[in-house]
Design a protein around this ligand. Structure first.
Ligand code: FPP
Length: 252
C-alpha cells in the first residue's frame, strides 16, 4: 500500500482542500457541469473517509464560495442539492465514525432547508472527537476578515476593546472557527495555482500542494501523495533551517 510511504508521526493535523476541476472534468467527457459536481460528491465521500483513516484531525473542504453565488442559478441549485444529498446520505456514517461536522461562512445566505439540515448535523455530531469536518460554505476569506473587523469595531464602540489591545490573537479569536488550528497543508486540485479567497488569514504558513488531478478523480492515493509531499517540506515559519534543526533561536 502507498500509505506505507507516510510517516505516522508527521501526519498534518489540519488539511484544507480547494476542490477544483469538476466543470473541466465534465466538459472533457461531454457531460454537463452539474454532472461534474455530481461526480465530485463521490470524491468528497472518499476523502472524508480516507482523511479519517490516515489520522488527519481536521479536514476543511471549500464546498461553495461567496463568489459561487454568481454562477448560473441552475448550477447554484445543483450544488445546494448535492450538499443536501450528502448530509442525508452520509450523516449516519459520519456520526458512527466519531466525526464532528462544522460549517463556516455566511450561512444566512444558504437556503433555509439546507441550513437547518446542516445545523442539525452540527448539533448531532457536536460531541464527536475523532475528526472535525468543516464545510466552508458561502465562504470568502476576505468576508471572514471583514466580519472579524466588524466584531472588533462593535466591541470597541461598546468600550470593551481598546485599539492597543488588538493583536493577532484577539483578531483570530473573531474568525469563524477560532478554536481550530491553522491548516498545515492546503491542497488544490484542478491544476490552478490560486488561493481563490480561501482561509486567507489561516494559510499564512500552510504548505501548499497543487495537483493536476481534477476533483472528481481525486481519491485516497492522491491524498496520500499530497501528505507525502508535505512530509518532505521543512516548515520554517520564518526561521532559518539551522534554527529549525537545532531549536536554538540564536543559531544562525
Ligand atoms: C469547483 O469546480 C468546485 C466547486 C465550485 C464546488 C465543489 C463541490 C463539490 C465537490 C460537490 C459536492 C460538495 C459537497 C461538499 C457535498 P469548478 O466548477 O470550478 O470546476 P472548473 O474549474 O473545472 O470549472
Amino acid at each position: 500500500m502507498r500509505e506505507r510511504r507516510l510517516r505516522s508521526d508527521a501526519i498534518p493535523r489540519h488539511v484544507a482542500i480547494i476542490m477544483d476541476g469538476n466543470g473541466r472534468w465534465a466538459e472533457k467527457r461531454g457531460l454537463s457541469r452539474n454532472e461534474g459536481h455530481h461526480a465530485g460528491l463521490e470524491s468528497v465521500r472518499d476523502v472524508v473517509r480516507s482523511a479519517h483513516e490516515l489520522g488527519v484531525k481536521i479536514l476543511t473542504l471549500y464546498a461553495f464560495s461567496q463568489e459561487n453565488w454568481n454562477r448560473p442559478k441552475g448550477e447554484v441549485d445543483a450544488l445546494m442539492t448535492l450538499l443536501d444529498r450528502y448530509i442525508d446520505s452520509e450523516v449516519d456514517e459520519i456520526d458512527r465514525n466519531g466525526v464532528q461536522v462544522r460549517v463556516m461562512g455566511r450561512m444566512e445566505d444558504v437556503p433555509r432547508a439546507i441550513r437547518d439540515k446542516l445545523e442539525a448535523a452540527v448539533e448531532r455530531t457536536r460531541e464527536n472527537e475523532e475528526m472535525i469536518l468543516v464545510f466552508a460554505l458561502s465562504y470568502g476569506g476576505r468576508q471572514e476578515i471583514v466580519d472579524a473587523a466588524r466584531q472588533l469595531v462593535a466591541a470597541a464602540e461598546a468600550g470593551k476593546v481598546h485599539a492597543d489591545a488588538v493583536d493577532e490573537k484577539t483578531f483570530a479569536s473573531c474568525l469563524y472557527q477560532p478554536d481550530l488550528p491553522d491548516p498545515d497543508l492546503l491542497i488544490r486540485t484542478g491544476a490552478e495555482w490560486r488561493v481563490s479567497n480561501f482561509l486567507l488569514w489561516q494559510i499564512a504558513y500552510s504548505e501548499i500542494h497543487v495537483t493536476d488531478r481534477m476533483w472528481p478523480d481525486f481519491r485516497k492515493p492522491d491524498l496520500v501523495e499530497a501528505i507525502a509531499d508535505y512530509q518532505q517540506r521543512e516548515r520554517r515559519f520564518g526561521l532559518t533551517s539551522a534554527q529549525v534543526r537545532t531549536g536554538d533561536l540564536e543559531d544562525a
